[in-house]
Design a protein around this ligand. Sequence first.
Ligand SMILES: [Fe+2]
Length: 231
Amino acid sequence: MIDFHSHVLPGIDDGSDSIETSLGMLDMWRSQKIDRLCATPHFYAEHNTPRRFLRNRDAAYQELMEAAKGQKGYPKILLGAEVRFFDGISNVAALPTLCLEGTDLLLLEMPFSRWTDRMLREVAEIRRRGMIPVAAHIERYMDFNSKSMIRHFMDLDILIQCNAEFFLSKRTSRKALSLLKDRRIHFIGSDAHNLSSRAPNMDEALQLIQKKLGTRTIEYLRRMEEMIDEG
Ligand SMILES: [Fe+2]
């Protein structure tokens, strides 16, 4: 199974702070039988350009691959970004370079505030340009926005990612299972940043999903993953 959202690359954002931490995180994914991992460092347009971001990301990746040489059973890393929404994002020519490698999937972090119709129009415009926005950790916006706004957003022709924690927190588990049952969640990620407070936790969430929703839902998640193979 894939982990769609992680901050595993060392020293590039507020995720892993060192090669040792990254290797420790990879050990955890390996023991959780995660075979693919999307490395999605934060991209903030106010601090970075796509070109500089990609250069730094690729250097961090190479450094990690070098350190992981000889290890067996680590997940294959796919390079991507978690792109924070900003006004005008839909007009950025280089935006497709931030998609998950080999795909048109763009992991998009929406503002942690009340959304406006204008924001939704920009997301729709990204889709119209041929990219497929994947809304990162949808659960984190539910306190800022009305149910109808969230529903309207999810009804755009986009995909939805949620964090494993959405299933694991007692407060939200029921909601997470219900959205997944309705196939309104398409990808799950750990959004792991480190080895302690935000560690890889996909296995617990997948076990819960298997227990509550059964094998058919696990198979559905695997079918969604095939989108990544197809590009
Ligand atoms: Fe993240």
